[in-house]
Write a protein of this length. Structure first.
Length: 579
């Protein structure tokens, strides 16, 4: 049995695998091979103790030679020192293999988690799954698996001492192997269920933590805590069930192995009385049996970690299988701000009406289009489709003549400025947020974007100005102030297309005027602007309006014509825009 085979048995449940995972796993396979190579010598050196015991009982005590004892002792101590060095080197190699495996996948998994439509549980737990696999490589569980193939060697040596001892050791070993297989069958599913319920509790707790202000303000602390406790109790019960089963197997295995050692010692003593075995072989056989069965005992004791690593590997496989493949594309030149949306339909659940249906419109450079409609009419979905965050079921979206999917994601993001409904700020400084988390923010471009958004004076009033740090989306700013900083981020880099989703939902009169001025500035620079809004004031700078109803375009045309046409029916401009 080789080191590679051991890894495949533990981590692979099916014959199929993910190419990226397998290729990364093979990149540093030489460390695994070296680890297994050292395992050969570590296990051979494990014979030092039993052989020393055999020599002491049968040679030193018989000859009463102190010189022989000293020579044997020096030799044994040297061999033990060599065994320690090899075992230490093996553990370091395996730990570094696990670290390389994780570091090679960390950025790829993080990027995949940020890709579109990755809201599944596998995406949320991908890094925990990766850490579980990495932890397995660095744990004694793997060294136990590498030691297990040498169990027949030790049993073979026991056969050399006496056939009865050998058969007894073989029988005990087979029983422990059977217990190991039974342990896998009976506990793997329970361990997986315990992990699943724990993940559910963790996700609920994280969601509640992010919504802590809402929970406190609405008197929801007690019911939310009760729901969280229900999740935690369920997870704890599942975990205790798994612990009870694995604990029963591990404690039984330990006691059974100790009992076998005592029984083989008793059998050896009986053979000594029959003059069929020497006292040294009797002691050595007992020690060898313990060493032969120790890896199996350790595997059973560490089975939860092994099962968690297997579950993590399977979850990573599912996650990667269902993650869209972002192929490398030719870098396209900076486009004009001409946006074309042609016959876009977006379906979700089969049998239900599509979220978007046959949406067609265009925006020319220097033009602003207002998209109005009631809540749930599809405005935000249109915005996300333009940004490439949502893939249309039918139709196409083009920017500067090229499909948005033909741009590299980073390039597309640089060409489009986006202000979402929730102006989320990321942990970092104000300058880093405006510069879209660039590692080396261009100060001039940062200040230029802030001035366009009329946020420069606001930022200067903060304690550390542009270096003020944001933690967990909070620095004591109001919603309107955060929205203006997020607008500066959207304007950073002079995008050719600006998509604003409810851009003045939290702005006061001054902020709304600053927004309109920023829109005018971008139009003058040849940027096309799309504004999804409920507020009448937000459409004052729009050249055209598009009315959306139930995911379809109901009307599109010059702003004043659309307003006059709809006011004939509603008589209220607020109803025109869905407010």
């Amino acid at each position: 049995m080789s080191g590679q085979f051991v890894l495949e048995v533990v981590l692979t449940k099916t014959s199929t695998d993910i190419d990226p995972l397998r290729s990364v796993k093979k990149q540093s396979y030489h460390l695994i091979w070296f680890g297994f190579f050292f395992s050969v010598f570590v296990n051979l050196l494990m014979l030092t103790g039993p052989l020393f015991m055999l020599q002491v009982y049968d040679r030193v005590l018989g000859s009463r030679s102190e010189e022989t004892l000293v020579a044997l002792l020096i030799l044994v101590l040297g061999l033990y020192a060599l065994m320690w060095l090899l075992d230490f080197a093996r553990s370091r190699l395996l730990a570094r293999y696990g670290a390389r495996f994780q570091s090679s996948l960390d950025d790829r998994i993080f990027a995949a988690q940020l890709s579109r439509d990755n809201t599944r549980p596998e995406a949320a737990s991908a890094h925990r799954d990766l850490e579980a696999v990495q932890g397995f490589y660095a744990s004694p569980a793997l060294t136990s698996l590498m030691d297990a193939p040498f169990t027949p060697l030790f049993i073979g040596v026991i056969f050399v001492f006496h056939a009865w001892l050998g058969w007894f050791a073989l029988g005990g070993g087979l029983i422990l192997v059977g217990i190991t297989l039974l342990n896998q069958v009976l506990t793997s599913k329970r361990i997986a269920e315990a992990q699943k319920t724990s993940d559910v509790a963790n996700r609920f707790g994280e969601n509640a933590r992010l919504a802590s202000e809402l929970i406190r303000s609405q008197g929801m602390v007690a019911p939310v805590t009760e729901r969280w406790m229900a999740h935690r109790i369920t997870a704890l019960q599942e975990n205790m069930t798994a612990v009870d089963w694995t604990g029963a197997f591990s404690t039984f295995t330990k006691s059974f192995r100790l009992a076998l050692q005592s029984l083989v010692l008793a059998l050896g003593a009986w053979l000594v009385l029959l003059n069929e075995l020497s006292p040294g072989a009797m002691i050595a056989g007992s020690i060898l049996l313990g060493r032969a069965l120790a890896p199996i005992e350790q595997i059973i004791a560490r089975w939860p970690q092994i099962a968690r690593a297997r579950q993590g590997w399977a979850s990573l496989k599912t996650f990667w299988d269902e993650t869209p493949d972002l192929a490398e594309r030719t870098k396209l030149p900076r486009p004009e701000g001409r946006l074309e949306v042609k016959s876009v339909t977006k379906s979700t659940t089969p049998g239900k009406p599509p979220v978007l249906y046959n949406v067609t419109f265009s925006v020319e450079p220097g033009e602003a289009l207002g998209v109005i409609g009631k809540s749930g009419s599809g405005k935000t979905t249109i915005a996300k489709t333009i940004l490439g965050l949502v893939a249309p079921s039918l139709g196409e979206v083009r920017l500067g003549g090229a499909l948005v999917d033909h741009y590299q994601p980073e390039d597309l993001g640089a060409h489009i400025g986006y202000l979402p409904q929730d102006p989320m700020l990321i942990t970092g400084t104000i300058a880093e947020n405006i510069a879209r988390m660039s590692l080396n923010p261009d100060s001039e471009m940062v200040v230029k974007a802030a001035k366009k958004a009329k946020a420069h004076e606001l930022i200067l009033s903060l304690p550390d100005a542009y270096e003020t740090r944001i933690e967990n989306n909070k620095i004591g700013l109001s919603g309107g102030q955060r929205q203006r900083i997020a607008l500066a981020r959207a304007l950073f880099g002079d995008p050719v297309l600006l998509v604003l989703d409810e851009p003045n939902s939290a702005l006061d009169q001054e902020g709304s005027e600053a927004l309109n001025e920023a829109i005018n500035t971008m139009k003058d620079e040849g940027c096309s602007v799309i504004i999804m809004t409920h507020r009448p004031v937000a459409i004052s700078e729009c050249d055209r309006l598009m009315v959306v109803e139930k995911g379809a375009v109901k009307a599109i045309g010059p702003r004043d014509e659309i307003i006059q046409s709809m006011m004939k029916n509603s008589g209220d401009i607020r109803r025109v825009v869905g407010g």
